[in-house]
Ligand binder design. Structure first.
Ligand SMILES: [Zn+2]
Length: 404
């Protein structure tokens, strides 16, 4: 049992309470939160950890959407237009996958740990990231992904997906949690999606999908038209969309689902997703690089923030992504946006991934980080924004009460 004593605690609860000169007592879970004097009397045998001046203790960050298998990419892909990017992915995919070794993935996982990301949602299309995720100290919600549209290949694709899912099921633990990803409405045959979602409902697995990322996807699903029409005609003439947006959302009924991007989703679609208990994952850097537009986050309640993969980002450090959120939504009040963004990467991320963390609260897992503000803040209300502006790595990171 340990007691850690910080200058400030960001609880990341709905009221966004900031406690000054409080301490927490913890083992694998948070046992108590109070003044250091009170905790010293209540838990006389606990080891005391004193932190430097201007230390801020807060829940560990949660990145619910990352493609580790594309970690070898630096400058191989073309940006600016979604379909142009997709074409470059198709051309470069095999080389990028071959170049992506366990060491490269482990290096990226370490960068995430040092920046304070204690839980991730890893979207795994090929299973290449499995070993690195299995050996990581972070909590990994491992999304085995199903993808493919050819009706004659449905059985082969589904069996391949099942074998990747089984690997995660065989190693299920507090640190590795099996989950299911349906790639997108334009790329995954509804039969594959339905069968995979039946498994998710049976085992209560969290589900992830890309949805309404680009104008091309909007036009294709609504009208069978636009840039995707040209794209698919290269593979098969007279292609038709496999589903419309509404039918696609309905497939996920009864599943706890993270819908990623949603830049081109309508307010009605967002509401339908949230009413069903789903959440929206915002990836502003990816959206900017692929030229897909800007998500209107104003009316989103269950907002989470992800980095996507290095195929459409230059960093898997969530603080970089948080800075991008602040700069992207220039019309919003900057201090409210800072709070909303910190809740998105803590409490909301934990809710979306079904994890018992994301808040500094009794009986939650002791997954927390300590950051240091460079100087005294002008007022406590400035802390969320100043943290986002100045944090690159943490002072210390704890997962399940163990310091990394
Ligand atoms: Zn993605």
């Amino acid at each position: 049992m340990k007691i850690i004593n910080a200058s400030y605690i960001l609880t990341c609860n709905d009221e966004f309470e900031i406690s000054k000169d409080k301490a927490i007592c913890f083992d694998e879970k948070i046992i108590d939160i109070d003044n250091i004097e009170v905790l010293n009397v209540k838990y006389p045998d606990a080891e005391i950890i004193n932190l430097p001046k201007n230390s801020v203790l807060m829940p560990g960050l949660i990145n619910p959407h990352v493609h580790l298998e594309f970690s070898a990419n630096k400058s191989s892909l073309t940006y600016g237009d979604f379909i142009a990017w997709l074409n470059s992915v198709i051309v470069k995919r095999d080389d990028l996958l071959l170049a992506c070794t366990d060491e490269i993935i482990e290096e990226q996982l370490k960068i995430m740990q040092k920046s304070g990301t204690t839980s991730i949602g890893a979207i795994s299309s090929f299973g290449k990231d499995f070993e690195a995720c299995l050996n990581s100290p972070q909590r990994v919600v491992f999304f085995a992904e199903v993808l493919g549209s050819r009706p004659d290949a449905v059985d082969i694709l589904f069996n391949d997906f099942l074998s990747r899912l089984r690997a995660a099921q065989d190693h299920q633990s507090e640190r590795l949690i099996p989950a299911i990803s349906i790639h997108s409405p334009y790329s995954t045959h509804p039969i594959l999606a339905r069968n995979a979602l039946d498994i998710a409902r049976k085992y209560n697995y969290v589900v992830s999908t890309h949805f309404m990322e680009s104008v091309a996807e909007r036009n294709w699903l609504d009208k069978g038209d636009g840039d995707f029409n040209n794209f698919f005609s290269n593979f098969a003439p007279n292609s038709k969309p496999m589903s419309n947006a509404d039918d696609y959302i309905k497939l996920f009924k009864g599943c706890k689902t993270l819908f990623t991007h949603c830049v081109q989703a309508t307010p009605k679609e967002i509401k339908e997703i949230e009413d069903e208990g789903g959440s929206i994952t915002h990836c502003p850097v990816s959206n900017r690089l692929l030229g897909t537009g800007k998500l209107n986050i104003r009316n989103i309640n269950n907002l989470t923030i992800g980095t996507d993969g290095l195929s459409s980002n230059i960093s898997l450090n969530l603080w970089d992504e948080l800075r991008a959120v602040i700069l992207t939504h220039e019309k919003q009040d900057i201090n409210s946006l800072a709070k909303k963004s910190l809740l998105a990467v803590t409490k909301n991320g934990a809710n979306a991934l079904n994890l018992n963390c994301g808040e500094i609260k009794k009986d939650t897992l002791a997954d927390f980080i300590v950051c240091e503000l460079p100087e005294d803040v002008y007022c406590e209300e400035d802390i969320p924004l100043e943290l986002i502006l100045h944090t690159k790595t943490t002072h210390s990171t704890y997962i399940g009460g163990r310091k990394l």
